[in-house]
Ligand binder design. Sequence first.
Ligand code: SAH
Ligand code: SF4
Ligand code: F3S
Length: 450
Amino acid sequence: MAKKLYIKTYGCQMNAYDSARMADVLAPLGYAPAAAAEEADMVILNTCHIREKAAEKVFSELGRLRPLKTRKAAAGGRLILAVAGCVAQAEGAEILARAPYVDIVLGPQTYHRLGEMVAQAARAGGHVLDTDFPAEAKFDFLPEHAAPQGVSAFLPVQEGCDKFCTFCVVPYTRGAELSRPAAAILAEARRLATQGAREITLLGQNVNAYRGAAEDGAWRLGRLIRALAGMEGLRRIRYTTSHPLDVDDELMAAHRDVPQLMPFLHLPVQSGADRVLAAMNRRHGADDYRRVIDRLRRARPDITFSSDFIVGFPGESDEDFARTLALVREIGFARAFSFKYSARPGTPAALMPDQVPDAVKAARLAELQALLAGQQHAFNAACIGRTLEVLFEKRGRHAGQLVGRSPYLQAVHAPAPDRLIGALATVRITEALANSLAGELAGCVAEMTA
Ligand code: SAH
Ligand code: SF4
Ligand code: F3S
């Protein structure tokens, strides 16, 4: 019997990937995608615990879903409600206490067991709670048939984090670092390319800490990128999120030598003040970050950067914050994400003295975001008149238009025929909008036929 599944995803790209895999796991049980929660027989919230606001969303969303469940039960049916992801991992028992109508709570490491959990919930009616870190790796239990991801695909190579930055929940929700064997990654990449992927983004909470088993010893990320660069059909490679400490010589060399590796890197720095970086346990100073950026620029002169920043970390003074602004002015970012520090239960920074008042955080965030927005705008504006290579991914909002990404991850719209979806084309940029570029087709570098 056909059943409908609705998944709502919060948080990072790893969660987006996990959501797609959960859909794959449930497809053999007869679950097909639903367009909205209202028409679903099962709803999964795939949650994020990174900041307080992200975690709170889960409980308000559950409150909205509850009447759907009641209505469905009144009509003689059943809505299975599952909470997955990092809030489930961190607060599994609390979820069941606060929202006892939730049927299944599963952590990020157990989605390959979701089929059994659904069967159990359907049979017994009680709750299922599975937030283990099982010995078997979930990646090894992927179903044979995975829905295609499209032109640009995610591929996890590593999961978990051993860095323990003092503000961060990820080491607790995703567990210890675990790298997938190189052969398994190459096999999945080949499958993705066969299904039409032309760009692969290698994923990991700490992706450049990758150390994957291979026949000739452990491969680091640079080695893996070289192997992928030779793969039929693949035109572009990216990776995220990386840590400045793990940019090793091999990765530097990949940026120098591998043209498929895109000249855009998300490299979070968090702060420009050594005192704050030390309290965050980032294990590097501001000048170390500058040196990594300089070396990457020497390796690949057209490379551009994006970063993450936290303002108002406990003890951050006006002078510390000024150092962050100085670092941003000096380096220049093509885009960036910045957040107010959010105290997370169970992390060391939540217990530190000198928590910064919210008004101070808000003022610092506004100042930093204005600076970063200006840099992003200037970078986009400087693209006007340039011809950029664009990988077209799908139709745009207007008829006859396609949208794709530049090498620097900017969204680019241009009038182009549908057959260029999946093709790498050159586009002359004519306009810079707030979050995207517009242009006209200049030529086609490589048209791919399926
Ligand atoms: N693994 C990545 C990203 C982790 S989460 C890394 O090492 O950078 C993404 C971003 O969220 C972080 O880079 C950080 O800027 C932000 N973040 C994490 N915990 C936070 C907290 N407690 N408060 C505010 N921002 C936080
Ligand atoms: Fe969190 Fe730090 Fe690990 Fe990134 S490196 S996931 S910020 S602990
Ligand atoms: Fe959020 Fe978990 Fe990703 S906390 S950012 S969903 S690893």
